[in-house]
Write a protein that binds this ligand. Structure first.
Ligand SMILES: [Zn+2]
Length: 351
């Protein structure tokens, strides 16, 4: 499927359509395409920015978090004004400033086993902007079942890993990283992350996405690229399907029963409380209720941040919350339950 270009678009993309293996028709395909960006921190923000600039026409923007001051160093997408806004909402606004011809869908929610297929269904490619393997594994399985290519990438410190999965004869994410435990991996918070590592990784992702969309074979199919900016090493190794892979191998098994939803530690004294299920909170109405009791610091259409004594709470439209300033997970959980009770008339069950 493709959409005809306007005169403005023909001019805007003229240096792109002049490329070998790229044409006006390729550009029309990009315009009609829909890409899901899952995780719009440094990596997803950079990838989506490049793809929007290049003329990918439709974005599904998925993130459970709000923009923090500590995000700003690694992406030019967010501005200081975006502080405490939902990342999906802020990204949508900035991407449309960058390229007013695009369209976006905002999902300020956490991707989990109950919603992953609904969130990804109908897109042409899924772009990984996450920093954990647990949700990536959910995406990997959903993409295999839905037949959607997945452009995986992880960046930390000065290094990155990338691969593209198309779910034909080749391997999947679980074939190579099946047993990885997020708790044992370094994070951007513990060892930092270099903006150049994020930018180069996003640029390679954008190349993979545009190749997939325009019918060229992705460069990183059946291979894993490891980049280290300390040495400028680019090591590409071949990867094979693992026969005993739980997702794509002969021994494929149904997914484990969804693990109990857990309160997750994210940084010092900070917790992410999962959504109670497939819900949508009317943030505007919730604000009216909560401002009678708490001090609201930021309110958008998809996230609300407020203060209760020394504790800061960001409530996302998808129902999950970030709670900062408490040492006890139980305290965070109780506070969340209290807030949900207060705003229950403004919570709608989905699907
Ligand atoms: Zn596999």
């Amino acid at each position: 499927m493709s959409d005809k270009l306007t005169d403005y678009e023909l001019e805007r993309y003229s240096r792109q359509t002049a490329l070998a293996h790229f044409s006006v028709e390729s550009q029309e395909i990009l315009k009609a395409a829909k890409v899901a960006i899952v995780g719009i921190g440094g990596l997803g923000a950079n990838s989506s920015m490049l793809l929007a600039a290049m003329g990918v026409g439709n974005f599904r923007l998925i993130d459970r978090d709000v923009v923090e001051i500590s995000n700003l160093h690694r992406t030019p997408l967010y501005y200081p004004d975006d502080y405490e806004k939902s990342k999906a909402e802020a990204a949508s606004y900035r991407l449309m400033q960058l390229n007013p011809t695009i369209e976006t869908e905002i999902h300020a929610t956490e991707l989990d086993g109950s919603n992953v297929k609904a969130l990804l269904k109908g897109v042409d490619v899924v772009v990984d902007g996450l920093d954990r393997f647990a949700p990536r594994m959910l995406i990997n399985r959903a993409c295999k079942e839905l037949g959607i290519p997945f452009v995986f990438a992880g960046v930390v410190g000065m290094a990155a890993n990338l691969s593209t999965f198309t779910y034909g004869e080749g391997p999947c994410l679980s074939c190579i990283f099946g047993g990885v435990d997020d708790a044992e991996l370094p994070t951007c918070e513990t060892i930092g992350v270099h903006t150049s590592a994020v930018a180069i990784t996003a640029a390679i992702q954008a190349n993979e996405v545009t190749r997939l969309l325009t019918g060229l074979p992705p460069v990183l199919e059946n291979s894993l690229l490891y980049i280290d900016l300390e040495t400028l090493a680019f090591d590409r190794i071949s990867i094979l399907q693992r026969e005993d892979c739980e997702v794509c191998g002969a021994a494929s098994r149904p997914p484990p029963a969804e693990q109990q939803r857990v309160v997750e530690l994210c940084g010092r004294d900070s917790y992410i409380i999962p959504s109670p299920g497939n819900v949508q909170i009317n943030i505007e109405e919730a604000k009216k209720t909560l401002e009678q009791k708490f001090t609201i610091s930021t309110a958008g259409d998809f996230a609300l941040t407020f203060q209760w004594e020394d504790i800061k709470i960001s409530l996302m439209a998808g129902g999950n919350a970030l709670i900062k300033g408490t040492k006890e997970p139980e305290e965070a959980k109780n506070l969340y339950d209290e807030i949900i009770k207060l705003i229950s008339p403004h919570i709608m069950k989905q699907g």
